[in-house]
Ligand binder design. Structure first.
Ligand code: SF4
Length: 413
């Protein structure tokens, strides 16, 4: 890789924090901004969280790690839980659009513009991959000459990587606004994951963020088309689809964000939504807008998982009069406090759907309980703990063989 290519990657990496892409640390709570919380919903005290955060940020980076980070290579958690080093980069940092939150917006003089040709980017990443410097690629781009033309360049890059370079690893490819049906199909055939960022939950909110983007035609439609392509040929291996919302810059409520997320899960086969707490970028129209509290992002993730994986409906979640989730309580605990405190569930009889709604019990815990019930009766707290249940969290909402779990010792026969 030449010095010019290295310095171009460094320029891109220096400004590319706006994209959530894959998780760095799934389900991790954010930095505890509000130390007034007595105990964070994850079960840790603010002091414990603060210490964990400080320790995690003080880990000494080796010079190799620093070099990789400066190029845009980060450790990322893949959909299956595997960790890989992922190059997160762009074909060009030039853009003809003017999204208010974006460092790459047209006319932002503080931004240095750099570009790669498709074959150049494919060669750079191919080299990194062969050297095991980066194992996966997240590729986006600013828009020049329209979304369709830009999408073609992104597709050409991935095509060269797959067909000429023989790269078989993870590729997350961005879809440009207005991408056409055959481009979407090609992207889904060549990539592991494609993303089309809605940015906002509806057209009117999008106007406050990205006035040149058309919500229905350019952003929502490609997500629906991706689902149609998958449904038309279900036997084929297609990329999963994800989207991302900017949170806190357009006055949108959590109800709006989660309504759209729920709709996309049900009607567009969306794998997941990413929520990116807004952080102002200097020399943009939103530079004086306040940064969003990262706890809001965390509560949105928790709620979207409840909707997607735990059988909850939007109406069951607790929102304030402003349509926001309370920041100080885990949404699953809030539901349990309202619905299970007075009528706890008998753990030996409750069905799968109800068990999944108890804090401290996840899909694996439910399976473990059902299996254990086939051979005996759950009677004591330690029986739940032996099954991997977060028993202290679950106990206030459970009965164990007819008696409140919180006040019992348990045995498993
Ligand atoms: S289209 Fe908008 S978000 Fe994308 S690079 Fe251009 S200005 Fe940024």
């Amino acid at each position: 890789m030449s010095d010019v290519q290295t310095s171009k990657l460094e320029v891109i990496a220096g400004e590319m924090g706006v994209e959530s892409a894959e998780d760095k640390n799934q389900h991790a709570p954010p930095k505890p901004l509000q130390l007034g919380f007595e105990r964070a919903p994850c079960g840790h005290s603010p002091h414990e969280l603060r210490r964990a955060y400080d320790e995690s940020t003080q880990v000494a980076l080796t010079s190799l790690d620093k070099k990789r980070n400066s190029l845009g290579i980060h450790n990322a958690v893949m959909p299956g839980g595997q960790r890989i080093s992922l190059l997160k980069t762009m074909l060009t940092t030039a853009c003809e659009r003017n999204c208010f939150y974006c460092p790459f917006r047209a006319g932002r003089s503080a931004m240095k513009r750099v570009s790669f040709k498709p074959d150049e980017m494919a060669s750079v990443f191919g080299e990194m991959s062969r050297a095991r410097y980066a194992e996966g690629l997240f590729l986006s781009s600013g828009i020049i000459g329209g979304g369709v033309k830009t999408q073609d360049k992104l597709l050409d890059t991935v095509d060269i990587l797959r067909r000429k370079k023989g790269f078989g690893g993870y590729i997350h490819l961005k879809m440009m606004p207005g991408a056409e049906r055959d481009q979407i199909a090609r992207a889904m055939a060549l990539s592991s994951r494609v993303s089309i960022n809605l940015e906002a939950p509806n057209a009117s909110r999008l106007t406050a963020l990205a006035p040149k983007k058309q919500f229905e035609d350019e952003l929502l439609r490609p997500l629906i088309v991706a689902h149609e392509i998958r449904k038309a040929q279900p036997w084929k291996k297609w990329a999963s689809t994800v989207t991302q919302f900017v949170v806190g810059a357009a006055g949108e409520s959590d109800v709006e964000l989660l309504s759209m997320t729920e709709r996309l899960h049900k009607q567009a086969g969306l794998t997941r939504a990413y929520f990116s707490a807004f952080s102002p970028v200097r020399d943009t129209p939103l530079e004086n807008h306040r940064a969003e509290d990262p706890w809001r992002e965390h509560r949105l993730y928790q709620s979207s998982f409840l909707l997607r994986d735990y059988g909850f409906e939007l109406e069951e979640l607790q929102f304030g009069a402003d349509g926001r989730l309370p920041l100080g309580v885990d949404p699953k605990i809030a539901w349990a406090q309202r619905n299970l405190t007075e009528s706890p569930l008998e753990v030996n009889k409750a069905d799968k759907r109800d068990l999944l709604r108890v804090p401290g019990i996840g899909p694996l815990g439910v399976e473990a309980i059902l299996k254990a019930r086939r051979i005996g009766t759950l009677r004591e707290i330690k029986d739940l703990k032996a099954l991997g249940i977060l028993a202290d969290r679950a106990a206030p909402y459970l009965l164990l063989n007819g008696r409140p779990a919180g006040s019992q010792q348990m045995r498993l026969f």
